[in-house]
Design a protein around this ligand. Structure first.
Ligand code: DTR
Ligand code: CA
Ligand code: ZN
Ligand code: ZN
Length: 317
């Protein structure tokens, strides 16, 4: 396993006058101070998420039409994401592995600070199938967690827990990259991961709003967010064991995540509550050449990206 680490320590120039200092100045008492409220996550601009998707589309177009494991389009995708994170102050690590005779890569980005004995992870697979650009599957998840990581940097967010983001290679070959990562964690480091959040297809053109029903606390965090939007979600069951949360779950890590649907067909009842077209797949371009920038529902991508940020802020505070 080869590792390369780069990146810059986050700028810490911001000087904040804490509530306690202000209260002392105005004669207040710290003892009576109410517990600090959980910092609210910022809105994630969906235009920024779509700009990342446009870059991933351009990369696929320039590299044989895909971003698949072992192909030039995958490594170019990883280089794009890594450059954004390095510039934003993350400590990035590229983990190399071999699968089906080709070299694969995971990208792991740590946000400096927080309790490294309590690590909150958010991950998405960055690879596509060979048939196409993989913009919904899974540029959508990759772009959403990238923009969330950049929002952490912009906010100078200093969470109690340590934040780690990951972009997996070779998921389409059977969660190869994420399994390689988990298998190469020491038992001690594995036990420090307090939760893993997975985002794989979150912008489907005929979207559903599914929440992984694995860890109850993580599930509640997501469900409460969508309740606040007046959206009734459903448990995500079709994908059990079919994406990168599976290796973490098998290792005993609490997992959760979001999903907007793949090749299953939206029912009339689902169309009545979510809109869209009943009797049609959530994503008719699943694993097809038409999974391009046009294969995204902006509203679903926006809502799910904001839910990613909400969960990252809430679970790490
Ligand atoms: N995104 C799919 C894996 C996946 C996750 N949830 C579901 C549900 C139904 C079908 C597939 C999936 C992939 O990467 O192939
Ligand atoms: Ca938003
Ligand atoms: Zn897929
Ligand atoms: Zn996927």
């Amino acid at each position: 396993m080869k590792l390369s680490v780069s990146g810059r320590t986050a700028a810490t120039g911001a000087v904040a006058i804490g509530v306690s200092a202000v209260m002392l100045l105005t004669g207040g008492s710290i003892a009576g101070a109410a517990p600090a409220p959980v910092a609210a996550a910022p809105d994630i601009p969906v235009a920024n998420v779509k700009a990342h998707l446009a870059q991933l589309q351009s990369i696929a177009t320039a590299n044989g039409g895909n971003r698949a494991h072992g192909r030039a389009g995958y490594k170019a995708s990883l280089d794009y994401v890594k450059a954004k994170l390095d510039a934003a102050g993350f400590t990035t690590t590229v983990q190399q592995f071999t699968s089906s005779g080709r070299t694969g890569y995971n990208l792991v980005a740590d946000w400096p600070g927080g309790d490294t004995n309590q690590v909150v992870m958010a991950g998405s697979h960055l690879d596509s199938v060979t048939a196409g650009a993989g913009i919904n599957d899974n540029g959508s998840g990759s772009a959403a967690i990238l923009e969330t990581a950049l929002a952490v940097s912009r906010a100078g967010y200093q969470p109690t827990k340590h934040l780690r983001f990951a972009w997996w290679g070779a998921e389409e070959l059977g969660m190869v990259g994420s399994r390689y990562y988990v298998n190469n964690l020491s038992t001690a480091n594995r036990s420090k991961i307090s939760g893993y959040l997975n985002f794989d297809m979150i912008g489907s053109p005929n979207p559903g709003y599914f929440v992984y029903d694995d860890d109850p606390a993580i599930e509640k965090t997501f469900k409460d967010y969508f309740t606040g939007l007046g959206i009734s979600t459903e448990p995500e069951t079709e994908g059990d064991g079919r994406s990168d949360h599976a290796p973490f779950e098998n290792a005993g890590v609490p997992v959760g995540g979001l999903f907007s649907g793949a090749d299953y067909v939206k029912t009339a009842a689902q169309a009545a509550k979510w809109g869209g077209t009943s009797g049609q797949a959530f994503d008719r371009c699943y694993h097809s050449s038409c999974d391009t920038s046009a294969n995204i529902n902006d509203t679903a991508l926006d809502r799910n990206s904001d839910a990613v940020a909400h969960a990252v802020w809430e679970l790490s505070s």
